[in-house]
Write a protein that binds this ligand. Structure first.
Ligand code: TRP
Length: 334
């Protein structure tokens, strides 16, 4: 990998299944970045231990996350795609950064407060220092760009603080990482029940997962919430209807979209038919990804090979950084 390119780093939690919202909000951006940047994409298995202490499903989940991301177009030959625990230097840097982070600021982190509330019996120190570990993930590659959503803004701000503190105390080693996306067209995928966006935790029937079978997708599309239909020609669409049209514009053919736009405008639209078409558009989009992901997930040798290859690239970069870090900190005694 050439270091003339900007360095990109992001982490993917191995909990939950990928859905369309994740695809258009995150994975598609990773795929676009892989040609322009030096990319490190990591499966955050260590972070998952802060909320999921039961590791019996971990291996399967890691395999699935890797398979789904590759099926979406992430190319393990172009990027470093690796597991967090395969870069042990991350834990070392995390330790040093812990001495530069204050309990007060960690306790004020929104995600910490949320998780402390949702798992009161397991408010572990790892939960408290979650943003410190995330900082180590990012700066261990001296990355400048972090493609993440709004929910990670505070973590990223803390990351900049920790990196700056290190630089002030020990010398300029780390750039200040910023959140990155390709601007406007970060598509927000609406939930099919008209309530907010697709998400892991809300109504399962209103979220399309990349692992959903064709018939399940069709059923979900037919259950999409609509209204009683247009009463006047050329009237503006209410949000729930516009959202469904938006999905069809994203996934379907322009001719079909035009057909239903016309039907809306002259008040002949039949929602049953419209949702049936939307279902087919969703199936055409999701089904090849699902089939590819299943194939990859079944190929344990391939998964092992890509994990090894990813770890090699990530280790190379991490070791280079840690040499600088130890020297800057004065942890070099001979
Ligand atoms: N905290 C991130 C999330 O919840 C996952 C993550 C871990 C991450 N390490 C990272 C994201 C480093 C960006 C960079 O989704």
């Amino acid at each position: 990998m050439t270091s003339r390119k900007g360095i990109v780093m992001s982490g993917i939690r191995p909990t939950g299944y990928l859905h369309l919202g994740n695809y258009f909000g995150a994975v598609r951006n990773y795929v676009r970045m892989q040609d322009e940047f030096e990319c490190y994409f990591m499966v955050a298995d260590l972070h998952s231990l802060t909320t999921h202490p039961d590791t019996s499903q971990l291996k399967d989940n890691i395999h699935r996350v890797l398979a789904e991301n590759i099926a979406c177009g992430l190319d393990p030959d172009k990027v470093a795609l690796y597991c967090q625990s395969h870069v042990p230097e991350t834990a070392e840097l995390y330790l040093y950064l812990n001495m530069l982070s204050y309990v007060g600021e960690l306790e004020r982190t929104t995600t910490f407060k949320d998780k402390a509330r949702s798992q009161p019996d397991n408010v572990n120190a790892g939960l408290l220092t979650y943003p410190v570990l995330q900082t180590a993930d990012i700066i261990i590659h001296r990355a400048s760009y972090v493609p993440v959503g709004k929910d990670q803004e505070q973590h990223l701000e803390m990351c900049r603080n920790f990196a700056n503190r290190f630089n002030h105390r020990f010398g300029e080693i780390f750039p200040e990482p910023v959140a990155f996306n390709f601007g406007e067209d970060l598509a927000r995928i609406p939930s099919l029940d008209g309530k907010g966006k697709m998400s892991k935790s809300e109504n399962q029937y209103a979220t399309i997962y990349l692992s959903d079978g064709d018939d399940l997708i069709r059923k979900k599309a037919m259950k999409a919430v609509t209204d009683s239909g247009p009463v006047e020609p050329n009237s503006p669409k209410p949000e729930i209807i516009e959202n469904l049209f938006g999905l069809m514009r994203l996934l379907g053919t322009p001719a079909n979209v035009q057909h239903y736009e016309d039907a809306w405008n002259n008040c002949t639209i039949k929602y049953g038919e419209f949702k049936k078409q939307l279902g087919e558009d969703l199936v055409s989009f999701v089904s090849p990804i699902r089939i590819k992901a299943e194939e990859i997930q079944a190929d344990k040798q391939y998964l092992k090979d890509i994990m090894i290859k990813g770890a090699e690239k990530a280790n190379h970069s991490a070791q280079k950084t840690m040499k600088l870090v130890r020297e800057a900190m004065g942890l070099n005694y001979y």
